[in-house]
Unconditional design. Sequence first.
Length: 274
Amino acid sequence: MFDAIVLAGGAARRLGGADKAAVTVGGRPLLDRVLDACRDARRTVVVGPPRPTRRPVRWVREDPPGGGPLAALAAGAAEVTAPLVAVLATDLPFLTPATPRALLAALPPDADGVLEQDADGRDQPLTAVYRTEPLRRALAGLPAVHGAPLRTLLPALTLHRRAGATTTFDCDTWAEIAAARVRIKEHGTVLDEWIAAVNAELDIDPDLDRTVLLDAARDVAHGVARPAAPLTTFLIGYAAAQHGIGPAEAARRVAALAARWAQEQELQDEGRPA
């Protein structure tokens, strides 16, 4: 059981003052992408000015606003009720639910938290999971949080590091945002990114095994006709919505039908009765 804090304030000076959380990568605002990675959290607290989001969150602000990430973290920590809390920045477009899960799994019993290190070995305290009470004590023990660097928090905590993280790519500049937009369209990732975007847009269970659907589409393309594949996948979704059939079960039925269809054609070609 864990809560999540997402830091979504900041002046975004290197973006010319643009609202960084609302900047889109892959057609989705950066904030929504990070909130999707927090879907396992019991409560998600977002520190920053309220904005429309696809997931329900609790909004808070540091007092006074503009106090920097340490002050924002302190404001968010005051709203946490779970014994563990994932702390994430809003400008991390490649976070997925697997990131908090991996951090939780890597948290040693004698550590106050676990954070990721990037490929250059730099600590990423905003891609981390902390034990809530030690985090609050460490924040309370600092002489000041408003305007103080986030790194001043780390010596007060016993932390475990996960090296070589691949999800710590952040978007502080327009060049980095452009690079992120290119990266999600690369051949090896575009399908995953597109399906994740569609799932979020349509509020579809993100854990649906799309392999079953792809296999059904392949079987239809080979056993019936290639143009039948996209329409068939539509019908699978339509049946799931109309009749309560699970998409995986509908796909299995369609794949079996396509196999029977292909078998009939093979027998016909061989001149044997079906």
